[in-house]
Design a protein around this ligand. Sequence first.
Ligand SMILES: Nc1nc2c(ncn2[C@@H]2O[C@H](COP(=O)(O)OP(=O)(O)O)[C@@H](O)[C@H]2O)c(=O)[nH]1
Ligand SMILES: [Mg+2]
Length: 239
Amino acid sequence: MSTSDPAQQQHGAPPSPGADTTWFVVPLFNEGQVVGEVIRELRTRYPLVVCVDDGSEDDSARIAQEAGAVVVRHPFNMGQGAALKTGIDYALRDPGMRQVVTFDSDGQHQVDDAAAMIARREAEGVDLVLGSRFLDARTKPGLLKRLLLRAAVQYTNLTSGVKLTDAHNGLRVLGRTACEKITIEQNRMAHASEIVEEIGRHRLTVAEEPVHIVYTDYSRAKGQPMLNSVNIVIDMLFR
Ligand SMILES: Nc1nc2c(ncn2[C@@H]2O[C@H](COP(=O)(O)OP(=O)(O)O)[C@@H](O)[C@H]2O)c(=O)[nH]1
Ligand SMILES: [Mg+2]
């Protein structure tokens, strides 16, 4: 993106690294309350945003579109893994795409963290940069969630041979090669472990970056994070 971009001028933001070669892939499921603001903020610095709406029952898709994202819709809920696959396949159709950032639609991820990760991938020449909340002193998941996430990362480290501190972080930068090589077949939450296993299988190079995951009242109240974590374990054991 050049400095003549009107959105950037309006907000006076500095040019962001990789703004014209980076596609943000944003999984979207019933986040109508917050997704508009998330997309608008993102697009002041990164204009290329594809939201994959996965059969939301609210008006998430319309709101994301009005906020300026490209919206691809699944006809029914297929899960976050399937949504990331759809989004990455979409981004691969742009020959100028050099990296994809996977970025949640619920306001828990920071654009500054994504920008730092994009710059880092470029500087270090690695295939992927993965966010880790356990390297970040500000991020404080609840005790049970922390224990489950720790168990998930240990399991994933064992099965993949890739040594990470956080295997289930939705904020990732995947260079084009990683996008081409990594196959996501796990539709639901176990896709996160699957991505790490694919990194190991293809011997892709990785750096981990501390990222601040914001636990807001909205994010706490919204979902069933514990149920998600339990589902991760079930998915891993029975896939
Ligand atoms: N496309 C799609 N996105 C989903 C689905 N479930 C959750 N998401 C999105 O994935 C992101 C992370 O989900 P969330 O429930 O916040 O998980 P957590 O924060 O990792 O516990 C959010 O942006 C959700 O809107 C789904 O079934 N399909
Ligand atoms: Mg969340």
